[in-house]
Design a protein around this ligand. Sequence first.
Ligand SMILES: *Cc1c(COP(=O)(O)O)cnc(C)c1O
Length: 354
Amino acid sequence: MKHNFGAGPCILPQEVFKQASQGVLNFNDTGLSILEISHRAPEFIAVMDEAISLVKELLNVPTGYSVLFLQGGASLQFAMVAMNLLEEGQTAAYLETGMWAKKALAEAKIFGNVNVVASSKDANFNYIPKNYSIPKDSAYFHCTSNNTIFGTQLHNFPASPVPVACDMSSDIFSRSINVADFGLIYAGAQKNIGPAGATLVIVKDEILGKVTRQIPSMLNYKTQIEGESMYNTPPVFSVFVSLLNLRWLKSKGGIAVIEQENEAKAKALYTEIDRNPLFKGTTTVEDRSNMSVCFVMENPDHEKAFLKLAEDKGCVGIKGHRSVGGFRASLYNALPITSVHVLIEAMQEFQEKN
Ligand SMILES: *Cc1c(COP(=O)(O)O)cnc(C)c1O
């Protein structure tokens, strides 16, 4: 049995994989594959409608917000956010907490000015900056809720005088959030929502339509809202499997239940990292992520042998990102706590042998 700690694309529930493969062969007893029916067919429109209403239900999305399934990944949102919200000559505030935040602000610079209100790059992004202020005349404030590569997470979002745009790619649906605190939320699907290919956007309608530049139709949130995420052919398979995964999440009891499970998984692993003298965490304790657990070994020469031992026990995807080194265990929603226990056993066994 494999224990998939990969950072993304990542583990989804086994039952979702089974239902997805059934849908490829014979979707809802139509005698047709989900891959061959028209996206304008009532059967697919029902898939899109249910996926959007489950997003609204699970996250308690208030009225006045639109939910979209788009394409291009979170990386296209780096540009789309600025293209739609940042008037030329205006300034947007960015919190620089890692590689993804850097990429987001680099794209925004194409469209206007960027003010980096705080950064943790002085310490290889191993903490979340606090006590910065967001100027009132900013077009918006952008942050990354979970820093997938560096293993830090915003456990509290700053009070902002301007709309908050947040990249939630690696922790959406893992914990409760108050959508009303945000102007725009986006996430690539492939880490907690579904397969790669769809991008979830939740946007407050009233923040749109304020820039004067011409925006290409596909990149304009307004076109996508009017087209109900079907201005062009949507990523039908990715939306379908996202729906199956959101149904799974709802049947488990929703965000409140998964959040507790996620906290328990992270707590178990950090407890072992702190207890075991051979390992150490890479981030400040208060900013540790419950989704992306980064750790290294006191003696880096041990890392190859530990990786081998963990792999022999079925743990895959734990090699750290090259910018941090060591290990990264991604504890996404579908990863059972039993898998975390297997990794912990590997750490304990390695300690006994060394
Ligand atoms: C994975 C990830 C991205 C990149 O997502 P794509 O959909 O591949 O563009 C962006 N931001 C964060 C926080 C991520 O974890």
